[in-house]
Design a protein around this ligand. Structure first.
Ligand SMILES: Nc1nc2c(ncn2[C@@H]2O[C@H](COP(=O)(O)OP(=O)(O)OP(=O)(O)O)[C@@H](O)[C@H]2O)c(=O)[nH]1
Ligand SMILES: [Mg+2]
Length: 208
């Protein structure tokens, strides 16, 4: 998909403000500082669309972006940031639960895991949670430029194993500095969009 327009829409902290209008969404999930905003920016070829920070925990709200008036990219607030109070953590969990409940089958989830750190316990819990609410995430291993080429394959396998992904599932390595992995990530987004957009017509054809 060629990105012709990418536009920041809104920043949301309450479920009442969620954007649910039948358009498909691609949600970026992952630990704070894992590289969600960076990946989003690289996918659309805009360096500063989603804010990037060296200070983890900066993205506290759900940020919506309109891509080509065809799909929303959704930058979700990261988890696992240590300097967060219990209360904040709970409100984060509530917000996430509401998001996934409301968006339901209108979203695909891209779960980001740090290639060098590997899948943490919170990452595992996150995959489990997503699966429990009906999402099978596409997993992207970020910062793969920090893992030596010879060790990359093993790092991907370890993430697949630790997240308990099915044997055939792919973990896509991504490196922001070179753009490695972008093509494959776009491919899975396109696949989702195609199946999403063909849903209605397929359903209709069974009645024809
Ligand atoms: N070397 C390397 N650095 C990266 C890569 N992706 C992100 N970073 C860096 O990691 C830091 C965090 O990136 P962000 O995109 O802000 O992470 P985030 O997941 O959006 O973080 P929060 O919004 O705090 O949840 C920044 O300093 C990025 O430049 C990558 O592929 N390679
Ligand atoms: Mg961010």
């Amino acid at each position: 998909m060629r990105v012709k327009s990418a536009e920041y829409l809104r920043s949301v902290v309450r479920p009442d403000d969620f954007l649910v209008d039948g358009r498909p969404q691609v949600a970026f999930v992952g630990r704070s500082n894992v590289g969600k905003s960076t990946l989003l920016n690289r996918l659309v070829g805009r360096n500063a669309l989603a804010r990037i920070s060296s200070k983890p925990g900066r993205t506290r709200a759900i940020n919506y972006f309109d891509i080509n008036s065809r799909v929303y990219f959704v930058d979700l607030p990261g988890y696992g940031y240590a300097k967060v109070s219990k209360k904040e953590r709970r409100s984060w969990a509530d917000l996430m639960a509401s998001y996934f409940e409301k968006v339901a089958e209108n979203a695909m989830v891209i779960q980001l895991v740090d290639a060098k750190v590997g899948a943490t316990e919170l990452d595992q819990q996150s995959t489990e949670y997503l699966s429990a609410v009906g999402f099978e995430p596409v997993v992207v291993a970020t910062k793969s430029d920090r893992v030596g080429k010879g060790k990359r394959q093993a790092a991907m396998s370890a993430i697949r194993r630790d997240l308990g992904l099915p044997a055939g599932a792919r973990v896509i390595p991504f490196a922001a500095p070179t753009g490695d992995g972008l093509k494959d990530i776009w491919k899975s987004i396109e696949q989702y969009l195609d199946s999403f957009e063909n849903r209605g017509s397929n359903q209709g054809s069974t009645h024809a």
